[in-house]
Design a protein around this ligand. Structure first.
Ligand code: ADP
Ligand code: NA
Length: 312
């Protein structure tokens, strides 16, 4: 199978995480544990997942000139992602300020920084990579206008658009026909279709609704309940999650999406023969099961070898 590039157009964030006993009240100053800096962003995490799963992967997007930007680029490169399409812009990088309290709850402030400036420069970087690309992965952490422009130009070039509408937002109806595969978790499914995936027939009803709107294929992920696939050809697949003891579910969804795209659209050599949706789902399910058994985000994403070993 020939390899096709997976392009990810999306966010890069530095997650700054501190643990506290209790969240501060307005006006209060409290002591936190030593902060950690964790490279993240849904776009960057999905790019790492695709590359680790064996696909030739390029990231396009933007970071700031603030010191974090270079670290975010280096982290991608260390995980095998080509990052020469990531622009370094004046201003700050995307930051996620995360506090975790003694009960394990978190509070997150997302500052988009350079992700919010993504526009024509990133479209141009995408076009440079478009030759020989199998899919482009998009999320909702860059401006919608950039997503839509990349969707349109991907469609013109017969590059599959894999869209993870996270965090959920309204999507213009005209955009659905640009999407090959939409991947949503339970929260995003409810927000975008107004259908509860756990209701009776909810999975099928939500998928059918999205297919009616124009997408080719729908994947709904359900955490420890696994995932559901349905496409326009009427193929349906319910994939249970693997039984593991989760320690940190950060980047589970991102790992799933990157691994799925690598196998389905990237011709990644992780699995022996074809790249049917079912083959790709099984691979993605194994990949994300490994991620939830490890602490961290990008650093918890497994390699193709580790994924294949689990599948044997
Ligand atoms: P998100 O992180 O976007 O909310 P999910 O929580 O639905 O995504 O997880 C994506 C996939 O990761 C699931 O479909 C499943 O295959 C796997 N996964 C998530 N949580 C677990 C878990 N506790 N045990 C095993 N697999 C899991
Ligand atoms: Na993890």
């Amino acid at each position: 199978m020939t390899e096709r590039t997976i392009i990810v157009a999306g966010s890069l964030n530095m997650d700054i995480v501190s643990r506290v006993q209790q969240f501060p009240r307005p006006g209060e100053t409290i002591q936190g544990d030593e902060a950690s800096y964790i490279p993240g962003g849904k776009g960057a995490n999905q790019a790492v997942a695709a590359a680790r799963a064996g696909a030739v992967t390029s990231m396009v997007g933007a970071v700031g000139k603030d010191g974090f930007g270079q670290e975010l680029i280096v982290s991608l490169e260390q995980h095998g992602v080509n990052a020469d399409g990531v622009a370094v812009l004046a201003g700050t990088s995307g930051l996620a300020l995360i506090t975790v309290n003694g009960g394990g709850e978190n509070q997150i402030i997302l500052c988009p920084g350079a992700n919010g400036q993504v526009g024509t420069e990133t479209l141009a970087a995408f076009l440079k990579k478009a030759d020989g690309a199998g899919a482009v992965l998009l999320q909702n952490e860059i401006p919608w206008a950039a997503n839509e422009a990349i969707m349109r130009s991907a469609c013109e070039r017969e590059i599959a658009v894999v869209y993870n509408p996270a965090p959920a937002r309204d999507i213009p109806e005209s955009a659905f026909s640009l999407i090959h595969t939409i991947v949503l978790n339970e929260t995003e499914t409810l927000a975008i279709t107004s259908i509860d995936p756990f209701a009776e027939h909810g999975l099928h009803d939500a998928a059918a609704h999205l297919i009616d709107l124009g997408v080719q294929a729908v994947i709904i992920t359900l955490g420890a309940e696994g995932s559901y696939y349905e496409d326009r050809e009427g193929f349906v697949c319910r994939m249970p999650a693997r039984k593991v003891t989760p320690v940190d579910t950060t980047a589970a969804g991102d790992t799933f999406i990157g691994a799925y795209a690598a196998i389905r659209f990237g011709g990644a050599p992780g699995m022996s023969d074809d790249a049917t949706p079912e083959t790709a789902l099984r691979f993605a399910t194994a990949a994300s099961a490994i991620t939830v058994t490890r602490h961290g985000a990008q650093s918890s994403i497994p390699s193709a070898q580790e994924i294949v070993a689990l599948l044997q």
